[in-house]
Design a binder for this molecule. Sequence first.
Ligand SMILES: Cc1cc2nc3c(=O)[nH]c(=O)nc-3n(C[C@H](O)[C@H](O)[C@H](O)COP(=O)(O)O)c2cc1C
Length: 171
Amino acid sequence: MEFYDVVQKRHSVRDFSDKPVEAIKIKNIINAAMRAPSAGNLQAYKIYLVHSQETREALLPATDYQEFIVNVPLVLVFVADHMISESKYGARGFELYSVQDATIAATYAQLAATAEGVSSVWVGAFDPLEVSRILHLMGYQVPVAILAIGYPNGPIKSTTRRPIKDMVKEI
Ligand SMILES: Cc1cc2nc3c(=O)[nH]c(=O)nc-3n(C[C@H](O)[C@H](O)[C@H](O)COP(=O)(O)O)c2cc1C
């Protein structure tokens, strides 16, 4: 799919069919995420691919009871690794770069999912401490984004955007 088609066609979906996402598509999505830029090319994040039904059920209360998390075929959790960035960039790496690295990777993964013809939703409403406990993360790891990815169970709705004059300031 052409890049701007991908951008136009990406819409959040919150109702998924149980059709699994093909292994080759998952591989392509992960590979795209890993092509994202990162500070110093350190790739200060890890992607958790959650297969376990038990883990998904544990994630349900941790994600504000957003029900699709249990049934969606693919759940990716993008986890920043503060320690990797801090080792090269100190406080700015710790606070910012690792979080940005993980966020950009998640963005690439979401666009790649669209390019692969699958739908997704970005989940930011979660309790980071609870998600860390469920995924057995270390203290220097922080979950920053969850992507639920799968085939839609109905029509896809598009959303509007604020006017460009509110979003861009020319100076
Ligand atoms: C940082 C962030 C957090 C979000 N958290 C959630 C969430 O917890 N649950 C949800 O259903 N959608 C969530 N979304 C999706 C947004 O609601 C959605 O992107 C927005 O309404 C625009 O719609 P669109 O993605 O279809 O263009 C989140 C998106 C972002 C970028």
